[in-house]
Design a protein around this ligand. Structure first.
Ligand SMILES: [Fe+2]
Ligand SMILES: [Fe+2]
Length: 237
């Protein structure tokens, strides 16, 4: 008897047990934008034995740490958590990676053209993420807080959550694809033997950016958005 079933949704497993995201990260299984697939479907698409992943999840469940349990937070607490942890991380890290990717491309781009491609993808990604965070912080998250507190008149002119949520999910997918391009261009973030420390720091930073983004999007796509939509449906019933 396993702790989880093959028919459970990947996103809902991570929603209840955030620490298990590491098992999916290591297996290359997308639990954020692709979180609405069953464990079995996700394993099949990656050519991985479902039984093997179920065993790894069993082992990881036993050693589960004290990750913040987002599933037990109120919607307002969750929006605050996302802003103070993930958006704050991005606001600190994006400018640093901006400088590093520019430097590595200008110093090594001539001999390694892929580094210029990495720089170009990163620039687009950074602009997209800045714009995306502003939309969440100024429009969607205030709507969610107003809905939860019952002060719906505060966003009377905003319409329902459906459209902004769909738009955010679409943008998450765009960012996920850009991160996938960075992973491919950098050979899974593996530095060549000759890489200088700045090059290595760039790959390490991009790999961390991807990990944090997966956690971040998982909390929005699989926890915040479905719960907020559900609350809106119940309130308008
Ligand atoms: Fe966000
Ligand atoms: Fe988002």
């Amino acid at each position: 008897m396993h702790a989880f079933q093959a028919q459970e949704l990947v996103g809902s497993i991570v929603a209840r047990h955030p620490a298990l995201s590491r098992v999916f990260e290591r297996a290359g299984i997308d639990y954020c934008c692709g979180g609405k697939r069953t464990l079995e479907e996700a394993c099949r698409s990656k050519g991985i034995d479902t039984e093997e992943i179920l065993l790894r999840l069993d082992a990881a469940t036993k050693s589960e740490g004290n990750e913040p349990q987002v599933a037990s937070m109120s919607l307002s607490e969750l929006t605050n958590h996302i802003e103070s942890v993930h958006h704050a991380y991005l606001r600190a890290e994006l400018p640093r990676l901006d400088a590093i990717t520019a430097k590595v491309a200008s110093v090594h781009g001539e001999s390694e053209p892929r580094l210029r491609e990495i720089r170009s993808v990163y620039e687009d990604l950074m602009q997209e993420i800045y714009a995306h965070m502003l939309k969440e912080e100024r429009v969607l998250f205030p709507m969610v807080r107003a809905l939860e507190s019952g002060s719906a008149s505060a966003c009377f002119t905003c319409g329902t959550l459906e459209h902004p949520i769909r738009q955010m999910e679409h943008e998450h997918e765009w960012v996920g694809n850009a991160l996938q391009s960075l992973r491919q261009l950098s050979g899974d973030y593996t530095p060549p033997d000759w890489a200088c420390n700045t090059y290595r720091a760039m790959l390490d930073g991009l790999a961390h950016l991807e990990r944090d983004f997966h956690q971040h999007i998982h909390k929005e796509n699989n926890v915040l958005f479905p719960r907020a939509s559900d609350l809106e449906r119940r309130r308008s019933a």
